[in-house]
Design a protein around this ligand. Sequence first.
Ligand SMILES: Nc1ncnc2c1ncn2[C@@H]1O[C@H](COP(=O)(O)OP(=O)(O)O)[C@@H](O)[C@H]1O
Ligand SMILES: Cc1ncc(COP(=O)(O)O)c(N)n1
Length: 264
Amino acid sequence: MTNPAVALTIAGSDSGGGAGIQADLKTFAAHRVFGTSVITALTAQNTIGVRGISAVGPAFVGAQLDAVLGDLPVAAVKTGMLATPETVALVATYAPRLPGLVVDPVLVASSGDRLFTRDAERAYLDLLFPHAAVVTPNLREASVLLGREVVDVDDAIKAATDLAVYGSRCVVVKGGHLRGSAEAVDVVWHDGQVEVLTAPWIDTANNHGTGCTFAAATAARLALGQPLADALRGAKQYVHEALSRSAGWSLGAGHGPLSWGPFD
Ligand SMILES: Nc1ncnc2c1ncn2[C@@H]1O[C@H](COP(=O)(O)OP(=O)(O)O)[C@@H](O)[C@H]1O
Ligand SMILES: Cc1ncc(COP(=O)(O)O)c(N)n1
């Protein structure tokens, strides 16, 4: 028997199970990729919102990274909620040992609650983005990172181009929060070219964890050896399928979770 591919998520726990580490491990398993996890923070969270955050100190985040990277053949990595600038800085020091690095700069939950203590922008832009195969901000995160409003597709195209200056090989500005769109449009900057990824819009309030799932599916596909462009297209399709299968669920009183695969 051949071994499964191994992926690593460096992210926060969502007690409600819809986002963060829980979404990432489900997504890895759905791709038949073996998931490992370095936990950066605990959140007391449900579909309605975030009630509390307890960040793990950078030294223990480092101990988890050493344990995983010193033993298991990690082929791709996803970062989610890193919680503090110190943890962003620490993860950046491990960058040479983090292949296929997908950086989801998680700053704000879909409920609107902050998931980062302070000074996120500089730590992400200067320390982590230069090492990323791809960075995947949503519209609000792109706004925070650039210090200006990013609200429509034209803004997202400019934002992707401006964020590329910080050295990641690819930038995806996700459009899950674009208003009044018939399609879910994500803007991709790659090698100086801009293209859009589209999928039909799913009319549902169950969108808690879409960003985590997109980034984890991208990392899973990189771990399986797919080229980045294929991994992004596949991840987009995976999120669309997951959203469409859970569109009618009513788990929790707020933004409910997505379904999960395998879908084949
Ligand atoms: N209602 C929806 N229908 C179809 N695709 C969606 C929907 N909401 C989000 N997506 C897709 O899910 C992925 C995550 O996007 P987004 O929701 O913007 O991220 P985040 O969870 O970080 O805010 C993107 O590919 C986006 O286009
Ligand atoms: C622990 C944790 N990490 C990330 C998110 C973002 O979730 P989303 O994918 O909906 O943007 C979250 N709500 N909680």
